[in-house]
Design a protein around this ligand. Structure first.
Ligand SMILES: [Zn+2]
Length: 241
């Protein structure tokens, strides 16, 4: 076991599908390996982990522990050894669906903030399906239809989605980032990754996104429901344009 820190290639290029990497740690008991760099997104930030193949074995889970990403491998074939160079490839269809879905959720946040000044309280996503909770009480009349139309207009507008890295001191002064509670990022983090849907929504975020809102496709509001006072849930599906 034990390892170094894994370079997270997906933070700078969400479209990179495969990687040659060196094994830096092997945990035989849990059938998992750490790499010096990876394209596999680990569970976190509301986005599910990637699946795929690493060293010829199925990747069944991906987790971040400290500065390392651990890839849990299925089957019972032998694991690679520390120092080996291995090839890894993510299940791209699934990842791309998650990227579409994640960007759709940020569009949803931006639209709801602009229209009603209401913040997100929680959410969850799977490929092409997601739910998000907002501080409404009660829900505005016609909410589902209105949101669907507003979100789809932003997707049709094909706004660029830009990723940048800001020093923490700069990020906490940014008006758009303040509203998304950037101050909650631990002070030990020197640089904050920012996902900016230009002109619509800017957030500190570690997830993977498509590079323009047009690449999401379109959104259908599947359901709106009350989860109690001041907490209303919206469920969406992402569909092709
Ligand atoms: Zn996000």
């Amino acid at each position: 076991m034990g390892a170094m820190s894994t370079e997270l290639l997906f933070l700078r290029d969400a479209f990179q599908r495969d990687v040659e990497a060196r094994v830096t740690g092997v945990d035989t008991a849990c059938r998992r390996v750490a790499l010096d760099r990876t394209v596999f997104y680990p569970t976190g930030g509301g986005q599910p982990h990637d699946l795929g193949v690493l060293a010829g074995l199925d990747v069944v889970a991906v987790d971040k522990a400290g500065e390392d990403i651990w890839h849990t491998l299925g089957g019972d074939d032998p694991l690679p050894d520390v120092g080996d160079t291995v090839h890894g490839a993510i299940d791209w269809a699934r990842r791309h669906d998650l990227m579409r879905t994640h960007t759709a959720l940020h569009v949803l946040c931006g639209v709801i903030w602009n229209q009603w000044g209401t913040s997100v309280t929680g959410g969850n996503m799977e490929p092409l399906a997601a739910r998000m909770d907002f501080e409404f009480d009660p829900l505005p009349v016609g909410f589902g239809d209105t949101v669907e139309a507003l979100v789809n207009a932003e997707l049709e507008a094909d706004r660029p989605v830009e990723v940048s890295f800001l020093p923490r001191d700069t990020a906490v002064m940014d008006e758009d980032l303040i509203r998304t509670k950037v101050s909650l990022v631990p002070e030990s983090v020197p640089e904050i990754r920012v996902v900016d849907i230009v002109g619509l929504d800017k957030q500190a975020d570690g997830g993977t996104h498509v590079s323009s809102t047009g690449q999401v496709g379109r959104v259908r509001v599947v359901k709106t429901e009350s989860k109690g006072r001041g907490n209303k849930r919206i469920r969406i599906a992402v569909v092709d344009a």
